[in-house]
Design a protein around this ligand. Structure first.
Ligand code: ADP
Ligand code: MG
Length: 630
């Protein structure tokens, strides 16, 4: 190529950051850059194989599908060539000049962290190519697209820029020529390369040749019978397909003949990569047809909420030449997805029964996806509900139970499932909403995650029993047995007379105005003087809090439909009734403070400045009144 035709460009800022991290972090396992490049080569070959099934490709159609690796011990270079799909000029620029991820600050922090801890993680971040600069002084990428357009060469030394220029005379595919750093000469050695390929790339479904010798055995593990596959092979395959470094949490290998011929090998990882600041994960399961990759990271064969699964699904019933675009509305794919989803849910349910400890680990890491499924996947909602776990008043702190377990323990006459949201178990148990449940021995779920109320609200009912939040105004708990009622009546202090209480309620309502709909005498409170309850059946305080925080509160017209319940047996309420006559100003402060306290216990916002001022007035009064009490 002539100098005039070569263009030099700046890497995108995000890419420069990634390069910085890759080059300047201290690495223990540089080997993995070979794996990343081989995995890119394999991807490119799969893409070409699939493309050639969709359309007749004339250009270079005779070139065999393979990966060829050569080291030059004297020149200290390493070359990795594939005969895959190749790249056009535009593709070169986007694929090797920018990064696909959003590149948030959090992303880079996590990437830097991961690079320090375990460089293997780099592939998970979708920036595997750049790992070449761990070992490379400079890199040249020569590539020619399957469409037969001109070849191009991309080159860079990992600094701020890269160059692109024409590169005539290439065959289809991509050749990566690496000039090795002085301390990385080992990567030109045949032995090192063979070792790395055997360690990381045994499952590459194309021949990988090192110095002319094939070093991997091409095999589709998922089509073999379970009894022939060792745990080690399963784990190795997981690492290959999931670009992972650890062992999977779960593994599900199954085949079916009806209604579709399916071979599936699916894994649940140990980690949820969405919490690492990478944004939404792409699906991790690849679709094959007769061992040919049809759709990598397929969005069609599993519902979105199962995007954390890794693995492969192979179905002989699909047409080999189906295009990615037409997968979405292919009837067979729809059927496939149904069968797979049901099978996976059943698998989780079985695992939960078989090994509760591992299921707990699963639930802690991936429970959020199951909850997403309940809110988004109407078809599987009921089956998914079986997988839900929450703490409850009857569970040990930190351990969780299922809806079925709850139902198994329900009281005679109880026909609803109760739950209450709170930031922690302690907070819930200190709050007013569980008082009557405790007294009557009725179990109640503690939904400790903000989204839980949305999930249960979507579910609506389970096994014919309505799911009800305990902060609802119209809550009616099953009546206790007659003698228990009497015992309970005995230990209750003498309440305020009904007429006094009614008038107190009316007076309080006047004072609180529109903030609440009604002040009512409570038949639920045991110890607390007051609480806020929701009149709208579908809305809980926790949901309101989230909607408000997300700025949607107004759209839902919230904040108006609440009642305040007061406890006529509470010493404070009794004193308040007396103070109302004797010291109305102070009584007014008390009402306001009662309201704020009840709102706080409901997890809702109050104005802290106003409250703290009032609180000081009340404290002064308790401490003996201000020196110049008005
Ligand atoms: P990822 O593989 O996760 O997409 P990489 O940084 O490894 O991220 O590669 C970036 C992109 O560069 C790939 O998605 C692919 O489009 C392109 N690419 C890399 N290597 C090759 C290759 N050998 N042949 C064709 N395209 C390639
Ligand atoms: Mg890659």
């Amino acid at each position: 190529m002539t100098a005039e035709q070569v263009e030099t460009k700046q890497f995108q800022a995000e890419t420069r950051k990634v390069l910085d991290i890759v080059i300047n972090s201290l690495y223990t396992e540089r080997d993995i850059f070979v794996r990343e490049l081989v995995s890119n080569a394999a991807d490119a070959l799969e893409k070409f194989r699939h493309q050639s099934l969709i359309e007749k490709i004339e250009f270079d159609s005779h070139v065999p599908l393979e990966i060829v690796i050569d080291g030059d011990d004297k020149k200290h270079t390493l070359t990795i060539a594939d005969t895959g799909i190749g790249m056009t000029r535009e593709e070169l620029e986007t694929n090797l000049g920018t990064i696909a991820h959003s590149g948030s600050q959090h992303f880079f922090e996590q990437l830097a962290e991961a690079a320090k801890k375990d460089v293997n993680l780099i592939g998970q971040f979708g920036v595997g190519f750049y790992s070449v600069f761990m070992a490379a002084k400079s890199v040249r990428v020569q590539t020619r697209s399957w469409d037969g357009s001109e070849g191009w060469e991309w080159s860079s030394d990992g600094g701020g820029t890269y160059s692109i220029g024409p590169c005539p005379g290439l065959h289809r595919g991509t050749k990566i020529i690496i000039e090795l750093k002085d301390d990385a000469h080992t990567y030109a050695s045949k032995f090192t390369l063979e070792r790395i390929i055997q360690q990381y790339s045994t499952f590459v479904p194309f021949p990988v040749k090192v110095e002319g010798k094939k070093v991997n055995t091409v095999q589709a593990i998922w089509t073999r019978s379970k009894s022939e596959i060792t745990d080690e092979e399963y784990t190795e395959f997981y690492k290959f397909v999931g670009n992972a470094v650890d062992e999977p949490l779960y593994r599900l290998h199954f085949s079916a003949d009806a209604p579709l011929a399916i071979n599936a090998l699916l894994y649940v990882p140990k980690e949820n990569f969405e919490v690492l600041g990478m944004g939404r994960m792409q699906p991790g399961v690849n679709l094959y047809c007769q061992k040919v990759l049809i759709d990598q990271h397929s969005e069609n064969i599993l519902p979105e909420w199962l995007r954390f699964l890794k693995g492969v699904v192979d179905s002989e019933d699909l047409p080999l030449n189906i295009s990615r675009q037409s997968l979405q509305d292919n009837a067979l794919v729809v059927k496939l997805r149904k069968v797979l989803t049901k099978r996976v849910i059943k698998f989780f349910a079985e695992e939960a029964g078989r090994d509760a400890d591992t299921y707990r680990e699963f639930w802690q890491t991936f429970g959020i996806f199951i909850k997403e499924g309940v809110t988004s996947d109407f078809e599987h909602r009921t089956e998914l509900a079986k997988l839900l776990r929450f703490e409850s008043s009857a569970s040990e702190p930190g351990s969780m139970i299922s809806l079925d377990e709850y139902i198994g323990r329900m009281k005679d006459g109880q026909d609803k499932i109760y739950y209450i949201n709170g930031p922690s178990r302690v907070a819930v148990e200190y709050g007013p909403y569980v008082e009557l449940f405790k007294k009557r021995g009725i179990e109640i779920f503690y939904t400790l995650e903000p989204i839980d109320d949305f999930v249960l609200n979507h579910l609506g009912e389970y096994d014919g029993k309505k799911l009800v939040s305990a902060d609802r105004a119209d809550l009616s708990l099953p009546e206790p047995a007659a003698d228990a009622d009497q015992a309970a009546a005995q230990d209750t202090a003498e309440p305020l007379a009904a007429a006094v209480l009614t008038s107190l309620c009316r007076w309080m309502k006047e004072m609180l105005g529109d903030r609440i709909q009604e002040v009512k005498a409570s038949d639920r409170l045991v110890d607390s003087p007051a609480m806020i309850v929701n009149v709208d059946g579908y809305m809980t305080s926790s949901m309101e809090r989230i909607l408000k925080a997300s700025g949607q509160g107004e759209a839902f017209g919230m904040g108006s439909k609440k009642d305040m319940e007061i406890n006529g047996s509470s010493p404070l309420i009794k004193k308040l009734a007396a103070l109302r006559e004797g010291d109305p100003d102070f009584a007014k402060d008390l009402v306001e403070q009662l309201y704020d306290n009840a709102m706080i216990q409901a997890g809702l916002l109050v104005d802290p400045m106003v409250m703290v001022r009032r609180n000081y007035r009340i404290l002064e009064r308790i401490a003996g009144g201000p020196a110049d009490a008005a």
